[in-house]
Design a protein around this ligand. Sequence first.
Ligand SMILES: [Zn+2]
Length: 419
Amino acid sequence: MTAQTKLTNAVLWSPDLPEPLDGADILVEGGLIADIVPAGTGGAAETVIDCDGRWVIPGMIDSHMHSWGARSSNPVHWVVGQSPLSWFRAVGDLRRILEAGFTTVREAGGPLGPGLRDAINEGEITGPRVFPAHLGISRTGGHGDCHSLPISWVTEQPYMARIADGADEVRTAVRAAARDGGEWVKIWASGAIALSDNDSPEHLHFSVEELEVICREAHALGMTVGAHVEFPSAIKACVLAGVDVIEHGFILDEETCLLMAKRQVPVVSTMALLHRYLRWDGPEITQAQVDLARELLPSVHASALLAYRSGVTVAIGSDSFAEPLTPFGANAEELLALHEAGLPAVACLEAATINGAKVMGKEKQLGSVTVGKIADLIVTGRTSPLDDLNTVVGADKITLVLRDGVPVAGTGLRRTLSL
Ligand SMILES: [Zn+2]
């Protein structure tokens, strides 16, 4: 049998393998991994890609980003700056993320996600597969509100959240997200360290009743709930109310980690964002917020390590939302932040692959290079990513990106397509 595509002479790392396979042929058929065999034994193929000793790993998954084409970190601009220009910028942002080796993104609140997903699936534009929330849910004055604008502007031109208060309104907001093409439900269940004028990461933003209604309604529609929540007491309340994924989870204590591990609630780590706050000198982040981020950073690192050691599934999220603060294509920097926090390199790679698939409930289709799974994979360089995680950070390191088994990006794409 002649396979459609064969990657030959690869060194394969996949989270389901006990150790890397040095010298592998990976056969792709119909967009799926058809077989993995010793190099040279894969037989003929219509397209042969010689990896020449380069590493192959699963396409990475960014479990928390926003795709709305913003070029300012000021939330006011996110509300009033929505225009066709921002839509087209979002298309470019997604292409750059794909070039950086991310074949899937979980869009964590924004009006464009479902449209971008569909345009990519139709082949109109090139990008990663998008798992969108569409608009999330924030209470009045919450982190998805924009505090310095008239409330009517935010409700009439929502940029990442619907404003909803009380059981009836949050129920409607869940149904509206599903109606508009969202595949999961994003909520802002606490304030944030930065980028809100007057909310606090310490406060729980929904009543227990509101949280339970959101979870019940989402689950009834086959959707999971991911909660932006940063401090332990609010995190605990979310987990107990039935939230499926903790977004950010910057500060975690032992009790919270044990609860999350027991209930199999993953955390999407977004620490690189805090590192960026410390380097940022724009007016959008106040000195007090920078000081708070600096003060918390050691605890944030310790929390990620505690979560990992407690058996909590840790995935990575870039929280990319606006250049230049969060450059699209630098998404893999979260692996470096996790490594700096003390997680072993292999755990960081798992966070960027199979754990991202688990966050979406798609671990049977995505997240590893496994026979029968979707052939989303990337070819990197000749240095092991287990020895140096920098080898997967940035588009210049990514030789080839295959999505659904088709080469779509990478520095070696021209050679592959034999133009
Ligand atoms: Zn976010």
